[in-house]
Design a protein around this ligand. Structure first.
Ligand SMILES: Cc1cc2nc3c(=O)[nH]c(=O)nc-3n(C[C@H](O)[C@H](O)[C@H](O)COP(=O)(O)O)c2cc1C
Length: 321
């Protein structure tokens, strides 16, 4: 379900553009969020970015148990991007609730917890435990991490498993049924629309795409891969055209909202995603060099809407010629 929080009639001539995005029971004040794994749980960025001015914070992955992540080196430079094999390093469910969630509670922006695990039951444990916790607005289900040997990728590449997992998670919402289940898709599949439709059939309220693309960098002098894991996930401007094409295809294959990400560094990048069919966007890798990027992207979207006379951000989707 997708609707603007404010009725259309409220936005008359000269009225401020409506930037809000509503998915199920969650309303984001604006469409620009920060991507999972690139913003931690907000604490390091709080002195640099006004968290309340963001549309949403998508947290670093939360798994039932603490995970140290993969061995170093875990990062490599690439042309117009970077390769990472962080491997879902996180403090685990209990520490997330005790130490990270308090800082996020009561924020104006939506708090969306990125959920990961090695088995279906792992994902279920996270959602069931967080169901009774205040301060969470939605869940983003990472079925697409290419870095965990026995985890994410298997889910994200098998439509039947994506559908079953999504249904189990959707049914696990008891105390807070309004929280959307957002399934995050991997571009590392042959037919992305089949996975998108499977998530929708399982009861997903929205999809986000894309996660990173599998890549490898080889240190020629050492004659070995630069990353300890061999391969990693490619992100940054290099993946943007892939992400835009995925959003274009997926948003035409399903009737639930699609959240676009991959290589957004400027307002025009975000507008490409919104024109391609996205209802909202996320900024990831660009945060590492310029933490102010999401707020600049937001003001660029606002300027575009004023210039083009667009009342609601959701109307941009229909403007592609
Ligand atoms: C260092 C790093 C860690 C990431 N960790 C996660 C994660 O825990 N869960 C997840 O769903 N995506 C994770 N991602 C993927 C990003 O959320 C995003 O989908 C991807 O990087 C593409 O967007 P970008 O080009 O704007 O970074 C990570 C990306 C990077 C660069």
């Amino acid at each position: 379900m997708m609707a603007a929080a404010k009725p259309a009639s409220a936005a008359g001539p000269g009225a401020a553009a409506d930037l809000s995005v509503t998915i199920r029971g969650m309303t984001m004040p604006n469409p620009v969020g920060v991507a999972s794994g690139t913003f931690g749980y907000g604490e390091e960025y709080a002195p640099l970015v006004d968290l309340d001015a963001l549309g949403a914070i998508y947290t670093k992955a939360v798994t039932p148990e603490p995970r140290p992540g993969n061995p170093a080196p875990r990062l490599a430079d690439t042309p117009a991007g970077m390769l990472n094999s962080i491997g879902l390093a996180n403090p685990g469910l209990d520490a997330f609730v005790a130490d990270k969630l308090p800082l996020l509670r009561g924020r104006r922006c939506a708090i969306i917890v990125n959920v990961a695990g090695k088995t279906e039951d792992d994902y279920l444990r996270v959602v069931e435990r967080l169901d009774g916790e205040a301060g969470i607005d939605g869940y983003e289900i990472n079925v697409s991490c290419p870095n965990v040997a026995h985890g994410g990728l298997a889910f994200g590449t098998d439509p039947a498993q994506v559908e079953r997992l999504t249904r189990r998670l959707a049914d696990a919402r008891k105390a807070a049924p309004g929280r959307p289940i957002i399934v995050k898709l991997s571009p590392n599949v042959t037919d992305l629309t089949a996975i998108a439709k499977a998530a929708e059939a399982g009861g997903a309220d929205a999809l986000s795409c894309i996660n990173t693309l599998v890549g490898m960098v080889i240190d020629v002098k050492a004659r070995r891969p630069t990353l300890a894991m061999g391969t990693g996930g490619l992100s940054g401007p290099a993946v943007r055209p892939v992400g835009v094409a995925c959003v274009y295809r997926v948003s035409r294959a399903v009737s639930i909202p699609v959240i676009g990400l991959g290589g957004i560094a400027r307002a025009d990048d975000a507008l490409q995603y919104l024109l391609a069919g996205a209802s909202a966007v996320q900024v990831g890798t660009a945060l590492f060099s310029r933490p102010e990027t999401p707020l600049e992207v937001l003001s660029g979207i606002r300027a575009f809407m004023e210039r083009e006379g667009v009342e609601r951000v959701g109307d941009i989707r229909a403007m592609l010629r």
